[in-house]
Write a protein that binds this ligand. Sequence first.
Ligand code: C2O
Ligand code: CU
Length: 578
Amino acid sequence: MSIGSLIAADLVIAVLAAAGWLGGGAAAAARRRLLALALAGFALLATVGRAVTVTALARAGWWFAAEKVLIAGPLTLAAVAVAVPRLLRAGDIRSVAVPLLFAGYAGSGALLVTVLHGYPASAGAGLLTVAGVLAATAVSWRVLGARPSGTVSRTAVAVAVGALVTGTGLAVAPAAAPAVTHDHRYEAAPEVGEPTRRFTLTAGTATVRVSGRDVEAWAFNGQVPGPELTATVGDVLEVTLRNRDIGRGVTLHWHGYDVPNSQDGVPDVTQDAVLPGQEFVYRFRADQVGTYWYHTHSVSDVGVRKGLYGVLVVRPAPATGVDVTVPVHTLAGLPLPAPRTEPVGAGTPVRLRLINTDSTTHRYALAGTPFRVAAIDGSDLRGPTPLADTAVLIPAGGRYDLVFTAPATPVALFVDGRAVYSTGPVSAETGAWPVLDPLTYGVAAPVPWSRFDKEFPLVLDRGLDLHGLLPRYAHTVNGAADPDIPTQVVRRGDVVRFTIVNRSLVVHPWHLHGHHVLVLSRNGKPATGSPLWLDSFDVRPGDVWEVAFRADNPGTWANHCHNLPHADAGMMLHLTYS
Ligand code: C2O
Ligand code: CU
């Protein structure tokens, strides 16, 4: 069983156990003896089952089990110790109602800690849970008219009040470290020489036609995607961004392009958002070859979805053969790009540059020819071997370059089963094809570092965020949400390792700005294929990724989930140089 399924199974069992105890308590209170015994027996079984799932999670990594062991564990033990002996010697079934309810409150409280708080387990959350469980038990006592002894109730009240006060104090205390202030905003653009490629992108609302329908979009130069920006390595790009009427502002972020910090296009971090009537000029040298894209980073979840994105391709030399970009996007529920068919002469080299500009993973399948994955996220792979009848999964923001020599018969590229590009009619059933694992593809090379100067765990989850104006159910990193996630501080030259752990039930496509990270391992297994230098990678539920990079691009950089609604809902932090 994968760790992701184990996390889900553990959650379901915890719900069943809590429901069993509560139901048993209710049945006992109603003097339904058989039902009470059956439900309590069921709850006990589920509780034993949970011991198994929690142990398995703890073995997969402490991040997955911390609060379950430290908070749910003692509460459950206490509940079982109270409820079971009473159950065994109960004459009047009604006398076990309160012990069973106590076990139910304990299970529910522990469940709330997992769902609302998660990792790391904190004393505040533990104490608040204890207080809640004791209070609920005391209320049940009163309501059911049972008379606990004076000492028992006085002790319970004292513990509950103490736990409530201390727990609240700990829970509302400010996060461990305040975010550093961003002071790079007005840093001048570096001198990079005379521009050789000049573009102007004007952002504005526009009506665009998709699959025969008119769609209200936000567009660069009136088109979705925006104009394709191309350059030859060594060119100096100068891109003037103008905002005609996007009220919430726009910027240009060069996704996967490790530009100087001042050109990175993150509002309030590297520049101010460009408001209607304003402009900003980006200038940088195109010194990385490969497939990239650009998009607005101002209210990016809305802006990108509505169409403020485009392709950036830097070639080593003018293109030879057929070189096609396939930027996949979903605009108002309609898939882009429109399918296109063009015959290609047999023997022609073809390069398909696949780009996922959506917030979720897409599945790509190339039918009719063997192919190689020449590059991922702009970096060439080492020793890629031919593949056939194999699909690739591209994370949000990610790019794969597929290359092949055109055969005499037609080929077609399918995205989630829809033909997007073809050289002629192809009918193929690609849905059952195996998926390429890039961690085992191509030829390995030694990791260039043997020690790490800085280590950062990033535990991804969901949780209640109380630090904003309104409480929200945020996407969290290490138990906190933007802007309360402590900034990661590195020094120039540091070799930095991230351990990224997904405790949640959804995929988080991770994206660090300004650097490419080298994948070291996933779920404890070292990467054995070509070195993978990524800027976007899917951390699936239960996954643990270890990645590393050299801190060689000073500035303050966004580090976030590229499922952009998740980033907006808290899953965003920053990395800065001291
Ligand atoms: Cu493609 Cu911070 O984003
Ligand atoms: Cu996410």
